[in-house]
Design a protein around this ligand. Structure first.
Ligand code: HEC
Ligand code: HEC
Length: 357
């Protein structure tokens, strides 16, 4: 099969861009050029999958329902006030709208809560990537002193039984010898999270609907690619697939105004705190950009309040470029096309087992 000339051109430019990481000259956007932009975008991004089922964690309706109840459940935390939903709320598109989240007993966490939507598709969880899967993330939250603050798995299992969860665990995991377990707690929450995908106008565009993006968003997409943003923010989640240094041209805090954090005995050095390897200093997981327009404030510590400012900071710190206000507003229009609907099952409050007498 021979490709039409135009496609060969597009493929060559995209490959050259991927290899060199350099600026791609873009054709002017008129007439047929929508097609060129759609194919260029498809070489870098992918539509979200329909679901994120994994064989080892089948998404049965009973498991998803149990996971949802547990996601909303606050009585398992050590002060009885905190659930996943506290920091990953529907009203804030799966995040909490705070610069830094507040954990049990009012303890301030050293990081900003990302949205919980689409996270099962990321290379790993947390800014440092120290949780491999959403299941592991949920598992470890229970005993984390800043998050749930429990002291043992047995303590958690006793609380769940006392709260009346045993029949729900048995129904969801009928063949398990011990259905009420922290392992099943994390699997059920993981099953629920794997349903929280948020397809957006950008997915329709990738599938060929040129009208799904406004003219400004299309210009923004072209600039997002030509400026070099897609060198790090690519794939189905527009980021979340690799680790990169934050602050390539200068120390990030000089531009973001970030402050040292007690938990890190200084400025947050990202992955270094998990691996203790100097080569990982200031390396962070590249965040996904899906829903970024509705999950302010920005960066690992919520140090930047507005999206236009975050885009400027990125261009300066990661690429050594100054963007014009027009470039920024077009890129922001593109980022807005990544906002999906809140999954209906996430927004609808579940019925939890009644409190014990
Ligand atoms: C006190 C607020 C708080 C609570 C409660 C909380 N989280 Fe989070 N969550 C955060 C913060 C802050 C981060 C970022 C941590 C980091 O990167 O080091 C995070 C990160 C995550 C991530 C990774 C997202 C990504 O893009 O890497 C997932 C998934 C997640 N939380 C799910 C949950 C689940 C499930 C629960 C309940 C078991 C939960 N969270 C409870 C604040 C919270
Ligand atoms: C060299 C890799 C790299 C490049 C190039 C890059 N980014 Fe980023 N981006 C990152 C990393 C790493 C972070 C996380 C920084 C942190 O908070 O620690 C990030 C964070 C962001 C955030 C904040 C997300 C959030 O949820 O807080 C936005 C918005 C963003 N990037 C947009 C862009 C745009 C627009 C461009 C192009 C101008 C771009 N990025 C270029 C690596 C990159």
């Amino acid at each position: 099969m021979t490709l039409p000339k135009k496609w060969v051109w597009v493929a060559t430019v995209v490959c050259a861009a991927l290899v060199s990481g350099l600026t791609v000259p873009l054709p002017a956007l008129s007439g047929n050029d929508d097609k060129a932009l759609i194919s260029q975008a498809n070489a870098l991004f992918k539509p979200l999958p329909a679901s994120d089922a994994l064989e080892r964690n089948e998404l049965t309706p009973l498991r998803v329902a149990l996971g949802k109840a547990l996601f909303y459940e606050t009585r398992v935390s050590s002060d009885g006030r905190l659930g996943c939903v506290t920091c990953h709320n529907a009203a804030y598109h799966g995040a909490d709208a705070l610069a830094l989240s507040v954990g049990v007993h009012g303890k301030v966490l050293p990081r900003n809560a990302p949205t919980v939507f689409n996270t099962s598709l990321l290379v790993a969880q947390h800014y440092g990537g120290n949780r491999a899967t959403v299941e592991e993330q949920a598992y470890k939250a229970l005993l984390s002193p800043l998050a749930y603050g429990n002291t043992s798995n047995e303590q958690v299992e006793a609380k769940l039984t006392k709260l009346g969860y045993a029949p729900l665990f048995k129904a969801a995991y009928p063949t398990d010898a011990k259905p009420v377990s922290v392992d099943n707690w994390s699997k059920a929450i993981g099953a629920f999270e794997r349903t929280l995908l948020t397809p957006a106008p950008f997915d329709r565009f990738l599938k060929g609907d040129a009208q799904a993006l406004s003219a400004s968003a299309k210009l923004g997409l072209a600039k997002f690619i030509s400026t070099g943003c897609a060198g790090c923010h690519s794939g189905a989640t527009v980021g979340g697939q690799t680790y990169q240094k934050f602050g390539i041209t200068q120390d990030y805090w000089q531009v973001t105004g970030s402050t040292p954090k007690d938990a890190f005995k200084g400025y947050d050095k990202g992955r270094f705190h998990d691996t203790k390897n100097e080569a990982d200093a200031f390396i962070f997981k590249v965040p996904q950009l899906r829903n970024v327009a509705v999950t302010a404030p920005f960066f690992h510590d919520g140090s930047v309040e507005t999206l236009p400012q975050a885009v400027k900071v990125m261009a300066q710190l990661q690429l050594g470029k100054q963007l014009s206000d027009e470039d920024v507003s077009q890129i922001v229009s593109f980022l807005e096309s990544l906002t999906g609907d809140i999954p209906p099952d996430f927004a609808q409050v579940p019925r939890l087992p009644a409190a014990p007498n």
